[in-house]
Write a protein that binds this ligand. Structure first.
Ligand code: ADP
Ligand code: 3PG
Ligand code: MG
Length: 416
């Protein structure tokens, strides 16, 4: 058993807490779902009550070791300050630079300091570092550790990543434990997730194609149906020789897609793909936000997408096909929007599927939805209160299904 927050003495100590504040932001940098912040409040409030000084550490987006202004954690510091009704120290400066260290050194019990996005630094993931990746991440882990005494792991959504702030840091602090959010989510997944009633349907979408394709093979051992929508669908369609226009695709995953289709057949799991799409001829992306799109929007007659067009949502026939499967399910696991739901014209597929999942839950099925953007989509669809369980983890909860201990937990010390 791993140590939890209540197993350690935090009084008058500086606690480095890894949180997952990778929240969805709109084009105006407004947070569209603060659930990932709200869910860490029990840990933060406990530490405040027990006279600890708190240094919060998180990533936001994928800046790949460089400073990307739009991915600053500043909006998060403001929201956290509102939620706690107290000041939260934050500077838009290198998280292990002199200014940050000065604040950390002077931090008093009962005070909170949120470090700037860890992934602005190449040492967090080793991204953009040639050759000496391990040394760079190790130095970064030591630098982070030197700012506090004890490490608390409360980033459930990032437990599947082995980065400086999730695993590397542990060996350089005096003690470490999991926080209340990680404890709560793990309890749910061990208790309920492992014993879901059949038929089980997994609904997968979103934009992190390779990450999620890698876990499908494992899903095939646990579920009866896998519904594929979102950006991932086009890699599967292309692998079968279907034209996908300019849709998102990962060409190095085409063989894997074919292999997964074959394995699903062998294991008698139904793998369902879109049979029609909403497509548009141009979208400009800025980070996670879509800036603009040309007004040429069409619904395709079948799964083929015309040249110069990209798939941005599932079409009406697909919605119907997917909804039939969802209605028949006793358990539904969902991660990843089925289209670019942030734009109203491309949100119908995601919102309607959200409603079908809510309806199935009303009729007695268990529904589990997870992922930063997925949480935001069920909230936007107005059905978040109807879902049986909403997890702060997306990739992390899917990885959990593999049954192996996630790196962010494995690195923590055992309770003696
Ligand atoms: P989560 O945060 O729930 O784990 P992801 O981060 O993997 O999910 O993906 C969410 C994003 O996927 C959304 O912002 C959505 O706009 C995007 N997305 C969904 N469908 C498509 C598509 N067809 N093309 C491009 N992006 C898509
Ligand atoms: C997530 O949103 O799934 C987590 O914050 C992890 O983000 P990552 O996939 O960029 O590591
Ligand atoms: Mg996301």
């Amino acid at each position: 058993m791993k140590k939890t927050l209540k197993d350690i003495n935090v009084e008058n100590k500086k606690i480095l807490v890894r949180v997952d504040f990778n929240v969805p932001l709109d084009i105006n940098l407004k947070i569209t779902s603060d659930k990932r912040i709200v869910e860490t409040l029990p840990t933060i409030e406990y530490l405040l009550k027990n006279d600890a000084a708190i240094i919060l550490m998180s990533h936001l987006g994928r800046p790949n070791g460089k400073v990307v202004k739009r991915m600053s954690l500043e909006p998060v510091s403001k929201r956290l300050s509102e939620l706690l009704n107290m000041s939260v120290k934050f500077i838009r400066s290198d998280c292990i630079g002199f200014e940050s260290k000065k604040i950390a050194v002077n931090l008093k019990p009962g005070e909170i300091f949120l470090l700037e996005n860890l992934r602005f630094h190449p040492g967090e993931e080793g991204k953009g570092v040639s050759g000496e990746k391990d040394i760079v991440t190790d130095i970064f882990s030591r630098q982070l550790a030197s700012m506090g005494d004890i490490f608390v792991q409360d980033a459930f959504g990032t437990l599947h990543r082995s980065h400086a702030s999730t695993t590397g840091i542990v060996k350089y602090v005096h003690d470490a434990a999991m926080g209340f959010l990680v404890e709560k989510e793990l309890n749910f997944f061990y208790r309920v997730f492992k014993n879901l009633p059949s038929p089980i349907v997994a609904v997968l979408g979103g934009s992190k194609i390779s990450d999620k394709m890698d876990i499908i093979e494992n899903l095939l051992n646990k579920v009866d149906f896998v519904i594929i929508g979102g950006a991932m669908a086009y890699t599967f369609l292309k692998s079968q020789g279907i034209s996908i226009g300019t849709s998102f695709v990962e060409d190095d995953k085409l063989d894997l897609a074919l292999e997964l289709i074959k394995k699903a057949k062998e294991r008698k799991v139904d793998l369902l793909f879109p049979i029609d799409h909403i497509v548009t001829n141009k979208i400009d992306f800025m980070n996670k936000c879509v800036v603009r799109f040309k007004s040429d929007i069409k619904t395709t007659v079948d799964e083929a997408i015309p040249e110069e067009f990209m798939g941005v949502d599932i079409g009406p026939r697909t919605i119907e096909k997917f909804s039939e499967v969802i209605k028949s399910a006793k358990a539904i696991i969902w991660n990843g929007a089925l289209g670019i739901f942030e734009i109203s014209e491309f949100s119908k597929g995601t919102f309607e599927i959200a409603e079908f999942i809510a309806e199935a839950t009303d009729n007695g099925s268990i529904s589990v939805v997870g992922g930063g953007d997925s949480i935001s989509s069920v909230k936007k669809a107005g059905v978040d209160k109807k879902i049986s369980y909403i997890s702060t983890g997306g990739g992390a909860f899917l990885e959990f299904l593999k049954g192996k201990e996630l790196p962010g937990i494995a690195a923590l010390p055992d309770l003696n």
